[in-house]
Design a protein around this ligand. Structure first.
Ligand SMILES: *[C@@H]1O[C@H](CO)[C@@H](O)[C@H](O)[C@H]1NC(C)=O
Ligand SMILES: *[C@@H]1O[C@H](CO)[C@@H](O)[C@H](O)[C@H]1NC(C)=O
Length: 300
């Protein structure tokens, strides 16, 4: 008998505690952020910036975005309608003044097909790659740069232009008038060179790292939509509604791919980059969105 009484008393205390906690969490519910996403342990609020303006295909494809930080100019590669003679174009919009926008073109060269680009942040210049090689755009005009006979499928700028040519399993670097092969691997689709000269590359077989003579395999998934670097030099990849961080260790073999978050309501990320405040900026169809860090909100 005695032991039964003790038992039922002991039951009451947890019940009381449950009531107290549920009152507290009701308070929290009011601050719960439905437009937020948790990346690692931090909460970010997603807000809409603007609609990217272009004559898009029926299914909107924006494979790449990048921001020239000096004047907050966002560049984006997109696919125009199928009737257009060009398959790919690069356009820009000033994020401080969206009426300042346009498509990069040249009245003398009809077909450019710029499908990739990268930004030289120090010299306010954009390098563009397409079916007639590499061009530069200094915010006023286009100028031919290199490799007119080649189709450029991927391009990266870090002091020099690094690029991949169609049907050529190499990453080349242009140094003055000379070219060097800095990496050979089959079917490279996309790559980044870190500040420590680690190559992060995505090919038909998955995601890899390479430094000097060591190659590290990170993932079998060849379908990551893209790779991007934040202002601190951290590398990210994304795939459907998931964001990944590529953690590169000094001992390259210990490097790894870490999933850091999933978008709310399975929103599909098109392209991704970082703004001047190191916030993630991404596209969903033609919409441009930003993730702002919520310092005092841990529950997302
Ligand atoms: C998140 O952003 C939206 C849109 O800008 C805003 O309405 C909302 O108040 C923000 N949420 C929080 C918790 O700050
Ligand atoms: C959108 O782009 C088209 C050309 O592609 C241009 O004619 C139009 O003025 C732009 N709209 C805005 C709001 O700037």
């Amino acid at each position: 008998m005695y032991s039964l009484v003790t038992d039922s008393r002991m039951m009451i205390l947890p019940l009381l505690l449950t009531v107290v906690t549920s009152v507290a969490s009701q308070d929290e519910v009011t601050t719960f952020c439905h437009t937020c996403v948790k990346l690692e342990s931090t909460c970010y609020n997603i807000s809409y910036i603007l609609e990217l303006n272009a004559t898009f295909r029926n299914q909107i494809v924006i494979p790449k975005i990048g921001i020239l930080h000096h004047n907050n100019l966002l560049f984006y590669a997109f696919e125009p309608p199928i009737e257009d003679e060009e398959f790919y174009k690069v356009a820009y919009v000033n994020l401080d003044d969206p009426t300042n926008q346009g498509i990069i073109s040249d009245e003398h060269i009809k077909i450019l097909n710029f499908g990739t680009f990268d930004i030289d942040q120090d010299n306010y210049k954009v390098f563009l790659g397409g079916t007639v090689g590499i061009f530069t755009y200094d915010l006023k005009k286009l100028a031919y740069y290199s490799s007119r006979a080649d189709t450029i499928t991927s391009l990266f700028y870090k002091g020099n232009v690094y690029f991949v040519k169609y049907g050529d399993d190499k990453i080349n670097i242009k140094k003055g008038d000379l070219f060097d092969v800095v990496l050979e691997y089959r079917a490279i689709k996309n790559f980044i060179v870190t500040k420590y000269n680690v190559f992060v590359f995505l090919c038909d077989y998955g995601l890899y790292l390479k430094k000097d003579s060591s190659i590290v395999f990170l993932s079998h998934n060849p379908f990551f939509r893209g790779l991007t670097m934040d202002l601190q030099g951290e590398i990210y990849a994304w795939w459907i509604d998931e964001i990944y961080k590529i953690v590169i260790e000094k001992d390259l073999a210990k490097s790894r791919l870490v999933k850091i978050g999933t978008m709310p309501s399975e929103e599909v990320i098109g392209a991704m980059t970082f703004d001047n405040a190191n916030n993630i900026v991404f596209t969903k169809d033609s919409g441009l969105y930003k993730m702002t860090k919520m310092d005092n909100l841990t529950r997302c």
